[in-house]
Design a protein around this ligand. Structure first.
Ligand SMILES: Cc1cc2nc3c(=O)[nH]c(=O)nc-3n(C[C@H](O)[C@H](O)[C@H](O)COP(=O)(O)OP(=O)(O)OC[C@H]3O[C@@H](n4cnc5c(N)ncnc54)[C@H](O)[C@@H]3O)c2cc1C
Length: 387
Protein backbone atom coordinates (compact mmCIF):
# COMPACT_ATOMS: atom_id res chain seq x y z
CA UNK A 1 0.00 0.00 0.00
CA UNK A 2 1.46 3.33 -1.09
CA UNK A 3 0.28 6.48 0.69
CA UNK A 4 2.57 8.74 -1.32
CA UNK A 5 1.10 10.94 -4.02
CA UNK A 6 2.26 9.92 -7.50
CA UNK A 7 4.76 12.23 -9.25
CA UNK A 8 1.91 13.55 -11.44
CA UNK A 9 -0.26 14.25 -8.37
CA UNK A 10 2.62 15.94 -6.55
CA UNK A 11 3.22 18.15 -9.58
CA UNK A 12 -0.49 19.03 -9.70
CA UNK A 13 -0.49 19.82 -5.97
CA UNK A 14 2.53 22.08 -6.39
CA UNK A 15 0.98 23.80 -9.39
CA UNK A 16 -2.40 24.55 -7.79
CA UNK A 17 -0.79 25.51 -4.45
CA UNK A 18 1.56 27.98 -6.12
CA UNK A 19 -1.24 29.31 -8.27
CA UNK A 20 -3.49 29.95 -5.25
CA UNK A 21 -0.61 31.35 -3.16
CA UNK A 22 -0.29 33.98 -5.86
CA UNK A 23 -3.86 34.54 -7.06
CA UNK A 24 -6.11 33.95 -4.03
CA UNK A 25 -5.83 37.51 -2.74
CA UNK A 26 -7.38 39.08 0.36
CA UNK A 27 -10.50 40.21 -1.54
CA UNK A 28 -11.24 36.62 -2.53
CA UNK A 29 -10.57 35.36 1.01
CA UNK A 30 -12.90 38.03 2.43
CA UNK A 31 -15.66 36.93 0.03
CA UNK A 32 -15.16 33.27 0.95
CA UNK A 33 -15.13 33.95 4.70
CA UNK A 34 -18.26 36.10 4.40
CA UNK A 35 -20.14 32.89 3.45
CA UNK A 36 -22.38 34.94 1.13
CA UNK A 37 -21.55 33.02 -2.05
CA UNK A 38 -19.02 33.63 -4.82
CA UNK A 39 -18.69 37.39 -5.41
CA UNK A 40 -16.93 39.18 -8.29
CA UNK A 41 -13.39 38.55 -7.00
CA UNK A 42 -14.15 34.88 -6.51
CA UNK A 43 -15.68 34.58 -9.98
CA UNK A 44 -12.58 36.18 -11.48
CA UNK A 45 -10.35 33.71 -9.63
CA UNK A 46 -12.50 30.79 -10.80
CA UNK A 47 -12.10 31.94 -14.40
CA UNK A 48 -8.33 32.15 -13.94
CA UNK A 49 -8.30 28.68 -12.42
CA UNK A 50 -10.35 27.48 -15.38
CA UNK A 51 -7.94 29.05 -17.86
CA UNK A 52 -5.18 27.04 -16.16
CA UNK A 53 -7.27 23.83 -16.23
CA UNK A 54 -7.30 23.60 -12.44
CA UNK A 55 -11.04 23.24 -11.88
CA UNK A 56 -11.86 19.81 -13.28
CA UNK A 57 -8.66 17.74 -13.24
CA UNK A 58 -10.58 14.44 -13.42
CA UNK A 59 -12.41 15.23 -16.61
CA UNK A 60 -11.16 14.07 -20.02
CA UNK A 61 -8.97 16.54 -21.88
CA UNK A 62 -11.63 17.01 -24.58
CA UNK A 63 -13.78 18.70 -21.89
CA UNK A 64 -10.89 20.84 -20.63
CA UNK A 65 -9.91 18.47 -17.84
CA UNK A 66 -6.60 16.71 -17.33
CA UNK A 67 -7.75 13.08 -17.34
CA UNK A 68 -6.38 12.57 -13.80
CA UNK A 69 -7.79 10.39 -10.99
CA UNK A 70 -9.95 11.10 -7.93
CA UNK A 71 -6.88 12.05 -5.88
CA UNK A 72 -6.36 15.10 -8.11
CA UNK A 73 -9.91 16.19 -7.23
CA UNK A 74 -9.14 15.65 -3.52
CA UNK A 75 -5.94 17.71 -3.88
CA UNK A 76 -7.90 20.50 -5.56
CA UNK A 77 -10.55 20.56 -2.82
CA UNK A 78 -7.86 20.51 -0.15
CA UNK A 79 -5.95 23.44 -1.66
CA UNK A 80 -9.15 25.43 -2.20
CA UNK A 81 -10.13 24.89 1.43
CA UNK A 82 -6.77 25.68 2.93
CA UNK A 83 -6.44 28.88 0.86
CA UNK A 84 -10.04 29.99 1.62
CA UNK A 85 -10.61 30.10 -2.13
CA UNK A 86 -14.19 29.92 -3.52
CA UNK A 87 -15.89 26.57 -3.62
CA UNK A 88 -17.07 25.79 -7.19
CA UNK A 89 -17.62 22.20 -6.33
CA UNK A 90 -21.25 21.53 -7.08
CA UNK A 91 -20.74 22.48 -10.73
CA UNK A 92 -17.84 20.06 -11.08
CA UNK A 93 -19.64 17.27 -9.19
CA UNK A 94 -22.69 17.79 -11.35
CA UNK A 95 -20.41 17.71 -14.39
CA UNK A 96 -19.20 14.30 -13.19
CA UNK A 97 -22.81 13.12 -13.36
CA UNK A 98 -23.32 14.74 -16.78
CA UNK A 99 -20.31 12.80 -18.05
CA UNK A 100 -22.15 9.61 -17.12
CA UNK A 101 -25.82 10.53 -17.69
CA UNK A 102 -25.86 13.50 -20.08
CA UNK A 103 -26.16 13.26 -23.86
CA UNK A 104 -23.39 14.53 -26.16
CA UNK A 105 -25.14 17.83 -26.81
CA UNK A 106 -25.46 18.48 -23.04
CA UNK A 107 -21.82 17.57 -22.40
CA UNK A 108 -20.66 19.97 -25.13
CA UNK A 109 -23.02 22.66 -23.89
CA UNK A 110 -22.16 22.61 -20.19
CA UNK A 111 -18.85 20.91 -19.43
CA UNK A 112 -16.45 23.40 -21.07
CA UNK A 113 -18.28 26.28 -19.35
CA UNK A 114 -17.91 24.62 -15.93
CA UNK A 115 -14.27 23.69 -16.51
CA UNK A 116 -13.44 27.24 -17.62
CA UNK A 117 -15.10 28.78 -14.53
CA UNK A 118 -17.63 30.63 -16.71
CA UNK A 119 -20.67 28.83 -15.34
CA UNK A 120 -21.55 27.13 -12.08
CA UNK A 121 -24.57 24.99 -11.26
CA UNK A 122 -26.44 24.91 -7.94
CA UNK A 123 -27.65 21.66 -6.48
CA UNK A 124 -31.46 21.53 -6.35
CA UNK A 125 -32.50 18.45 -4.41
CA UNK A 126 -33.82 19.41 -0.96
CA UNK A 127 -37.40 20.59 -0.40
CA UNK A 128 -39.21 21.64 2.79
CA UNK A 129 -40.63 18.10 3.12
CA UNK A 130 -37.81 16.10 1.54
CA UNK A 131 -34.21 16.16 2.73
CA UNK A 132 -32.64 12.86 3.73
CA UNK A 133 -35.47 11.10 1.90
CA UNK A 134 -34.76 12.71 -1.49
CA UNK A 135 -37.19 10.44 -3.33
CA UNK A 136 -40.10 12.26 -1.62
CA UNK A 137 -39.54 15.55 -3.49
CA UNK A 138 -42.66 17.16 -4.95
CA UNK A 139 -41.59 19.99 -7.32
CA UNK A 140 -43.74 19.13 -10.30
CA UNK A 141 -42.67 19.03 -13.95
CA UNK A 142 -45.52 18.58 -16.46
CA UNK A 143 -44.73 17.78 -20.09
CA UNK A 144 -46.25 20.21 -22.60
CA UNK A 145 -45.12 19.75 -26.21
CA UNK A 146 -41.43 20.56 -26.60
CA UNK A 147 -41.03 21.78 -23.03
CA UNK A 148 -41.95 21.07 -19.39
CA UNK A 149 -43.76 23.41 -16.98
CA UNK A 150 -42.35 23.46 -13.45
CA UNK A 151 -44.05 24.43 -10.18
CA UNK A 152 -42.88 24.01 -6.60
CA UNK A 153 -40.21 24.92 -4.08
CA UNK A 154 -36.66 23.97 -3.13
CA UNK A 155 -34.89 24.88 0.09
CA UNK A 156 -31.24 25.09 1.27
CA UNK A 157 -30.03 25.43 -2.33
CA UNK A 158 -26.62 26.94 -1.70
CA UNK A 159 -25.09 29.35 -4.23
CA UNK A 160 -28.30 29.38 -6.32
CA UNK A 161 -28.18 33.20 -6.13
CA UNK A 162 -24.74 33.32 -7.79
CA UNK A 163 -24.99 30.32 -10.13
CA UNK A 164 -26.11 30.37 -13.73
CA UNK A 165 -27.95 27.01 -13.70
CA UNK A 166 -29.89 24.73 -11.37
CA UNK A 167 -29.44 20.94 -11.28
CA UNK A 168 -33.04 20.32 -10.48
CA UNK A 169 -34.73 17.15 -9.31
CA UNK A 170 -38.43 17.17 -10.18
CA UNK A 171 -41.44 14.89 -10.00
CA UNK A 172 -42.79 13.92 -13.41
CA UNK A 173 -44.97 11.00 -12.34
CA UNK A 174 -46.85 11.48 -9.05
CA UNK A 175 -48.64 8.14 -9.53
CA UNK A 176 -45.52 5.97 -9.74
CA UNK A 177 -45.88 2.98 -7.44
CA UNK A 178 -42.37 3.47 -6.12
CA UNK A 179 -41.77 7.17 -5.52
CA UNK A 180 -38.17 7.14 -6.84
CA UNK A 181 -39.46 5.94 -10.23
CA UNK A 182 -41.41 9.17 -10.84
CA UNK A 183 -38.46 11.60 -10.79
CA UNK A 184 -36.69 13.49 -13.59
CA UNK A 185 -33.57 15.65 -13.62
CA UNK A 186 -33.27 18.98 -15.44
CA UNK A 187 -30.65 21.65 -15.90
CA UNK A 188 -32.55 24.93 -15.62
CA UNK A 189 -31.36 28.41 -16.53
CA UNK A 190 -31.79 30.30 -13.24
CA UNK A 191 -32.72 33.44 -15.17
CA UNK A 192 -35.87 31.78 -16.53
CA UNK A 193 -39.08 33.76 -15.92
CA UNK A 194 -41.03 32.44 -12.91
CA UNK A 195 -38.02 31.64 -10.69
CA UNK A 196 -37.70 33.52 -7.39
CA UNK A 197 -34.66 33.09 -5.13
CA UNK A 198 -34.90 34.11 -1.48
CA UNK A 199 -32.00 34.15 1.01
CA UNK A 200 -31.95 31.78 3.95
CA UNK A 201 -29.18 32.40 6.47
CA UNK A 202 -27.91 29.59 8.73
CA UNK A 203 -26.93 30.03 12.39
CA UNK A 204 -23.31 30.13 11.19
CA UNK A 205 -24.09 33.10 8.91
CA UNK A 206 -23.93 31.14 5.65
CA UNK A 207 -26.27 32.26 2.91
CA UNK A 208 -28.22 29.48 1.33
CA UNK A 209 -31.55 29.86 -0.52
CA UNK A 210 -35.15 29.01 -1.00
CA UNK A 211 -35.96 28.73 -4.72
CA UNK A 212 -39.54 29.01 -5.95
CA UNK A 213 -40.75 27.81 -9.37
CA UNK A 214 -43.97 29.24 -10.74
CA UNK A 215 -44.98 28.07 -14.24
CA UNK A 216 -41.36 27.94 -15.36
CA UNK A 217 -40.98 26.69 -18.94
CA UNK A 218 -37.96 24.44 -19.47
CA UNK A 219 -37.06 23.11 -22.94
CA UNK A 220 -37.03 19.33 -23.39
CA UNK A 221 -33.34 19.37 -24.33
CA UNK A 222 -32.59 20.32 -20.70
CA UNK A 223 -33.92 16.98 -19.43
CA UNK A 224 -30.93 14.90 -18.29
CA UNK A 225 -31.37 11.16 -18.78
CA UNK A 226 -34.80 9.66 -19.33
CA UNK A 227 -38.13 11.14 -18.25
CA UNK A 228 -38.86 9.39 -14.91
CA UNK A 229 -35.22 8.22 -14.92
CA UNK A 230 -34.00 10.89 -12.46
CA UNK A 231 -33.06 8.36 -9.79
CA UNK A 232 -30.44 6.80 -12.06
CA UNK A 233 -29.02 10.30 -12.67
CA UNK A 234 -28.81 10.93 -8.91
CA UNK A 235 -27.01 7.65 -8.46
CA UNK A 236 -24.55 8.59 -11.22
CA UNK A 237 -23.99 11.90 -9.41
CA UNK A 238 -23.13 10.02 -6.23
CA UNK A 239 -21.00 7.51 -8.09
CA UNK A 240 -19.27 10.07 -10.29
CA UNK A 241 -18.33 12.31 -7.37
CA UNK A 242 -15.08 12.27 -5.44
CA UNK A 243 -14.39 9.71 -2.79
CA UNK A 244 -16.01 11.83 -0.10
CA UNK A 245 -12.74 12.62 1.54
CA UNK A 246 -9.14 13.25 0.88
CA UNK A 247 -6.46 15.33 2.47
CA UNK A 248 -6.92 17.46 5.56
CA UNK A 249 -4.49 20.35 5.13
CA UNK A 250 -7.00 22.96 6.36
CA UNK A 251 -7.68 21.02 9.60
CA UNK A 252 -3.98 20.40 10.14
CA UNK A 253 -3.30 24.12 9.66
CA UNK A 254 -5.84 24.90 12.40
CA UNK A 255 -4.22 22.35 14.73
CA UNK A 256 -0.80 23.92 14.06
CA UNK A 257 -2.21 27.38 14.77
CA UNK A 258 -3.67 26.12 18.06
CA UNK A 259 -0.39 24.46 19.06
CA UNK A 260 1.43 27.75 18.48
CA UNK A 261 -1.22 29.62 20.46
CA UNK A 262 -0.99 27.15 23.36
CA UNK A 263 2.81 27.39 23.41
CA UNK A 264 2.67 31.17 23.48
CA UNK A 265 -0.35 31.81 25.69
CA UNK A 266 -1.39 28.76 27.66
CA UNK A 267 1.76 27.13 28.98
CA UNK A 268 1.79 27.69 32.68
CA UNK A 269 -1.48 27.58 34.53
CA UNK A 270 -2.65 24.33 36.10
CA UNK A 271 -6.06 24.87 34.57
CA UNK A 272 -4.53 24.28 31.11
CA UNK A 273 -3.09 20.86 31.87
CA UNK A 274 -5.89 19.10 29.97
CA UNK A 275 -4.91 20.74 26.69
CA UNK A 276 -2.05 18.48 25.43
CA UNK A 277 -4.18 15.35 25.77
CA UNK A 278 -7.11 17.00 23.98
CA UNK A 279 -4.77 18.16 21.19
CA UNK A 280 -3.34 14.65 20.84
CA UNK A 281 -6.90 13.31 20.55
CA UNK A 282 -7.64 15.81 17.81
CA UNK A 283 -4.42 15.02 15.99
CA UNK A 284 -5.23 11.28 15.98
CA UNK A 285 -8.80 11.82 14.77
CA UNK A 286 -7.65 14.16 12.00
CA UNK A 287 -5.01 11.67 10.91
CA UNK A 288 -7.48 8.74 10.88
CA UNK A 289 -10.02 10.92 8.99
CA UNK A 290 -7.38 11.76 6.41
CA UNK A 291 -6.41 8.11 5.94
CA UNK A 292 -10.06 7.13 5.49
CA UNK A 293 -10.50 9.99 3.02
CA UNK A 294 -7.48 8.85 1.01
CA UNK A 295 -8.81 5.29 1.05
CA UNK A 296 -12.27 6.41 -0.12
CA UNK A 297 -10.61 8.46 -2.87
CA UNK A 298 -8.55 5.47 -4.01
CA UNK A 299 -11.72 3.34 -4.16
CA UNK A 300 -13.43 6.03 -6.24
CA UNK A 301 -10.66 5.58 -8.84
CA UNK A 302 -11.09 1.82 -8.81
CA UNK A 303 -14.85 2.31 -9.35
CA UNK A 304 -15.74 -0.20 -6.65
CA UNK A 305 -17.77 0.31 -3.50
CA UNK A 306 -15.40 0.46 -0.53
CA UNK A 307 -15.74 -2.01 2.33
CA UNK A 308 -18.12 -0.75 5.03
CA UNK A 309 -20.33 0.58 2.21
CA UNK A 310 -21.66 3.91 1.14
CA UNK A 311 -18.81 5.50 -0.87
CA UNK A 312 -17.18 7.98 1.47
CA UNK A 313 -19.73 7.43 4.29
CA UNK A 314 -17.08 6.49 6.86
CA UNK A 315 -14.88 9.38 5.83
CA UNK A 316 -17.75 11.90 5.87
CA UNK A 317 -18.88 10.67 9.29
CA UNK A 318 -15.38 11.01 10.71
CA UNK A 319 -14.58 14.35 9.11
CA UNK A 320 -17.89 15.93 10.24
CA UNK A 321 -17.35 14.73 13.82
CA UNK A 322 -13.70 15.79 13.84
CA UNK A 323 -14.51 19.25 12.57
CA UNK A 324 -17.05 19.75 15.34
CA UNK A 325 -14.63 18.41 17.95
CA UNK A 326 -11.83 20.59 16.58
CA UNK A 327 -13.75 23.83 17.01
CA UNK A 328 -15.30 22.78 20.34
CA UNK A 329 -11.81 22.10 21.70
CA UNK A 330 -10.45 25.28 20.14
CA UNK A 331 -13.19 27.34 21.81
CA UNK A 332 -12.40 25.74 25.17
CA UNK A 333 -8.71 26.55 24.72
CA UNK A 334 -9.44 30.18 23.84
CA UNK A 335 -11.72 30.52 26.87
CA UNK A 336 -14.22 33.39 27.29
CA UNK A 337 -12.33 35.70 24.90
CA UNK A 338 -12.94 33.15 22.17
CA UNK A 339 -16.54 34.34 22.07
CA UNK A 340 -15.53 37.77 20.81
CA UNK A 341 -16.20 38.36 17.13
CA UNK A 342 -13.47 39.39 14.71
CA UNK A 343 -14.19 43.13 14.93
CA UNK A 344 -13.08 43.15 18.61
CA UNK A 345 -9.41 43.92 19.18
CA UNK A 346 -9.48 41.38 22.04
CA UNK A 347 -10.66 38.50 19.83
CA UNK A 348 -7.97 35.78 19.89
CA UNK A 349 -6.75 34.51 16.51
CA UNK A 350 -8.74 37.30 14.82
CA UNK A 351 -12.10 35.74 15.73
CA UNK A 352 -11.57 33.08 13.10
CA UNK A 353 -12.20 30.16 15.46
CA UNK A 354 -15.56 31.56 16.56
CA UNK A 355 -16.66 31.88 12.93
CA UNK A 356 -15.67 28.30 12.13
CA UNK A 357 -17.21 27.04 15.38
CA UNK A 358 -20.57 28.60 14.43
CA UNK A 359 -20.33 27.16 10.92
CA UNK A 360 -19.11 23.66 11.91
CA UNK A 361 -22.55 21.95 12.31
CA UNK A 362 -23.18 22.39 8.59
CA UNK A 363 -20.51 19.79 7.81
CA UNK A 364 -22.50 17.18 9.73
CA UNK A 365 -25.57 17.82 7.51
CA UNK A 366 -24.81 19.00 3.98
CA UNK A 367 -23.66 15.83 2.23
CA UNK A 368 -26.18 13.68 4.09
CA UNK A 369 -26.55 13.91 7.87
CA UNK A 370 -24.45 11.87 10.29
CA UNK A 371 -27.42 9.59 10.94
CA UNK A 372 -27.76 8.91 7.22
CA UNK A 373 -24.04 8.10 6.91
CA UNK A 374 -24.45 5.65 9.80
CA UNK A 375 -27.51 4.17 8.13
CA UNK A 376 -25.48 3.63 4.92
CA UNK A 377 -22.68 1.94 6.84
CA UNK A 378 -25.12 -0.23 8.80
CA UNK A 379 -27.24 -1.32 5.81
CA UNK A 380 -24.81 -1.41 2.87
CA UNK A 381 -21.69 -2.12 4.87
CA UNK A 382 -22.86 -4.44 7.62
CA UNK A 383 -25.95 -5.85 5.90
CA UNK A 384 -28.31 -4.83 8.70
CA UNK A 385 -31.97 -4.15 7.86
CA UNK A 386 -33.27 -0.58 7.49
CA UNK A 387 -35.19 0.67 10.50
C1 LIG B 1 -25.84 24.80 5.06
C2 LIG B 1 -26.60 23.84 4.21
C3 LIG B 1 -26.41 23.83 2.84
C4 LIG B 1 -27.13 22.95 2.03
N1 LIG B 1 -26.97 23.00 0.67
C5 LIG B 1 -27.78 22.25 -0.11
C6 LIG B 1 -27.76 22.40 -1.53
O1 LIG B 1 -26.99 23.19 -2.08
N2 LIG B 1 -28.65 21.69 -2.27
C7 LIG B 1 -29.53 20.81 -1.72
O2 LIG B 1 -30.31 20.19 -2.44
N3 LIG B 1 -29.56 20.64 -0.37
C8 LIG B 1 -28.72 21.33 0.44
N4 LIG B 1 -28.77 21.21 1.80
C9 LIG B 1 -29.77 20.30 2.38
C10 LIG B 1 -29.19 19.07 3.00
O3 LIG B 1 -28.79 18.15 2.02
C11 LIG B 1 -30.28 18.53 3.91
O4 LIG B 1 -30.42 19.44 4.99
C12 LIG B 1 -29.97 17.16 4.45
O5 LIG B 1 -30.03 16.21 3.44
C13 LIG B 1 -30.93 16.79 5.58
O6 LIG B 1 -32.26 16.98 5.19
P1 LIG B 1 -33.30 17.80 6.11
O7 LIG B 1 -32.65 19.07 6.50
O8 LIG B 1 -34.60 17.84 5.42
O9 LIG B 1 -33.42 16.94 7.42
P2 LIG B 1 -34.32 15.63 7.60
O10 LIG B 1 -34.09 14.70 6.48
O11 LIG B 1 -35.72 16.07 7.89
O12 LIG B 1 -33.68 15.05 8.91
C14 LIG B 1 -33.93 15.59 10.21
C15 LIG B 1 -33.17 14.73 11.22
O13 LIG B 1 -33.63 13.37 11.16
C16 LIG B 1 -32.56 12.48 10.88
N5 LIG B 1 -33.02 11.41 9.99
C17 LIG B 1 -33.69 11.55 8.82
N6 LIG B 1 -33.95 10.35 8.26
C18 LIG B 1 -33.41 9.43 9.11
C19 LIG B 1 -33.35 8.00 9.09
N7 LIG B 1 -33.89 7.27 8.07
N8 LIG B 1 -32.72 7.37 10.12
C20 LIG B 1 -32.18 8.09 11.13
N9 LIG B 1 -32.22 9.44 11.22
C21 LIG B 1 -32.83 10.10 10.22
C22 LIG B 1 -31.52 13.33 10.20
O14 LIG B 1 -30.21 12.81 10.39
C23 LIG B 1 -31.66 14.66 10.91
O15 LIG B 1 -30.96 14.66 12.12
C24 LIG B 1 -28.04 22.04 2.63
C25 LIG B 1 -28.20 22.03 4.02
C26 LIG B 1 -27.51 22.91 4.81
C27 LIG B 1 -27.73 22.90 6.30
Amino acid sequence: MDFELSPEEKAFQKEIREFLDKECNENVVAETLSLQGAGPYSKELLRKMGANRLLAPRWPEEYDGRGMGAMAEAIKVDEINSHHAPFPLDGVEIGNALLISGNEEQKKRFLPGIASGEIDIALGYTEPNAGSDIASIQLRAVEDGDHFVLNGQKIYNSEAHVCEYHWLLTRTDPTAEKKHRGLSMFIVDLKSPGITIRPLITSGGLRTNEVFYEDVHVPRENLVGEKNGGWAVIMSALYGGGGGGGLATGTKNVINTLVKYVLEEKQDADENKWIPEAMADLYVKTHVGELMGVQATAFADLKVTPPYGGGGAVSRLLSGDTRRLLYNTAMQILGPYGQLAKDSKWAPLKGEILREFMDAPRWTIVHGSQEIQKLLIATRGLGLPRK
